[in-house]
Design a protein around this ligand. Structure first.
Ligand code: PMP
Length: 401
């Protein structure tokens, strides 16, 4: 049988991470390739108690169809959190609950992207956004990341010459690079966006996971009418709950609600009620500080191990939060080749190429520090260091296969 699929399917890359994770799931492998939060930090017992209370006490309301926008107490909590954490005035009407912020990206794609629409994205950019947006067949325009965030001069040229519909970025502890946009750069980017007709998509998946550095203002606070912000409970409660949200100006929200109705009517109401009650009954700040303490320690271990074991010429970022750091090999070397060599030593890394929507990135890789123990981090980085020394000494250069 010859199946005929929509042309968009041919233009969408299969998740490279999912493919790699299949290989790296073997128990003998120390994996820095995935993007999983630490399961030891999921509040299992509290969620079990909360789930039982929700089903027993809320009864059928927790199991019935619900509104598209989502459970009002949860939207109110999110609005209040924006106020207390970021000083932003957001109405619960500007918030819609999604089944994870990955769904937020899909809905944003539905609302903003036609085939051939221009989409500006950080370079490297979040792979899940590249995949979600690819289904709508855009033309991607890369904006290189510096240590301070997106290069404002390139953004200026892209906005002026190409007038993209959206510019997608992750200003706090970005996936994959770990970079946080500096305050100066936030102002520059905000000025550039303000001068344009482009909507900023501010993905704040990691804003609550900051271990060092200053709390930065949200880009939305400079551009309230020109920003769609996304958030997630995945990294601060548990990703399996599949709960995230979109915060958007009213006119955009109307379109998102229509798109959401066509997709799934509404987000899982049982999960929404469990999370709302969990947030009401327990201190999320206490829980988040447990997570940030643990991840800060894991990041520090990884940085110390890298310093000790990696050869000169290999550089890495020093993230202020999140779950990843980003390694750059000297120009001529390929992280895909390194991936193969490291796997032979039972260590998995994630080559950087798929994070470049418009090509490039051969000499870069992402390392996840949230999912491995301190012992695994030291052992894995030490093995990776040996592989790197051998690879760099051998002087092998990038190949195309
Ligand atoms: N945005 C970014 C930047 C992410 O790293 C992730 C998770 N890897 C997501 C969105 C999606 O998260 P979720 O759907 O679990 O909320």
């Amino acid at each position: 049988m010859q199946y005929t699929f929509a042309s968009r399917m041919g233009k969408t890359p299969r998740s490279f991470i999912r493919e790699i994770l299949k290989v790296t799931e073997r128990p003998e492998i120390i994996s820095f390739a995935g993007g999983l939060p630490s399961p030891a930090l999921f509040p299992v017992e509290r969620l079990a108690e909360t789930a039982k209370a929700v089903i027993m006490e809320d009864g059928p309301a927790a199991l019935q169809y619900a509104t598209t926008e989502g459970h009002l107490p949860l939207r109110e909590w999110i609005a209040e959190r924006y106020h207390s954490r970021l000083g932003m005035d957001v109405s619960p009407d500007e918030i819609l609950i999604t089944n994870g912020s990955q769904q937020s990206l899909d809905l944003i794609g539905k609302v903003f992207i036609d085939p051939g629409s221009r989409v500006a994205i950080e370079r490297p950019g979040y792979l899940g956004a590249i995949q979600a947006f690819s289904l709508f067949e855009p033309e991607f325009l890369g904006v290189p990341l510096t240590e301070e965030g997106p290069d404002p001069a390139v953004l200026h040229a892209v906005l002026t010459d190409e007038n993209p519909r959206i510019f997608y970025g992750v200003p706090n502890s970005q996936n994959p690079s770990g970079i946080t946009w500096s305050i100066e750069n936030r102002h520059r980017i905000a000025e550039e966006i303000q001068r344009s007709e482009t909507i900023l998509i501010e993905d704040d998946a990691y804003g609550e996971l900051r271990f060092s550095g200053d709390q930065m203002p949200a880009m939305r606070s400079f551009l309230p009418d020109q920003t769609v912000m996304t958030g997630s409970f995945s990294k601060i409660i548990a990703p399996g709950m599949r709960m995230g949200w979109i915060c958007a100006p009213h006119e955009i929200m109307e379109q998102i609600i229509t798109a959401k109705q066509g997709t799934d009517l509404h987000s899982n109401i049982l999960s929404q009620r469990i999370i709302a009650r969990f947030l009401a009954d327990y201190s999320i700040d206490e829980h988040i500080s447990k997570i940030t303490d643990a991840y800060a320690h894991q990041r520090d271990c990884m940085l110390a191990a890298i310093k000790e074991h990696f050869p000169e010429g290999v550089t890495c970022t020093r993230p202020e939060g999140g779950m990843f750091l980003w390694v750059t090999l000297p120009d001529r070397y390929s992280s895909t080749e390194l991936f193969k060599r490291a796997l032979a030593e039972n260590v998995a890394i994630l080559p950087g190429v798929p994070f470049y929507a418009d090509g490039g990135g051969e000499s870069t890789m992402r390392l996840n520090f949230s999912n491995a123990s301190e012992e695994q981090i030291w052992e894995g980085i030490s093995r990776l260091g040996k592989v790197l020394h051998q690879y760099l000494l051998a002087g092998t250069t990038v190949t195309n296969n």
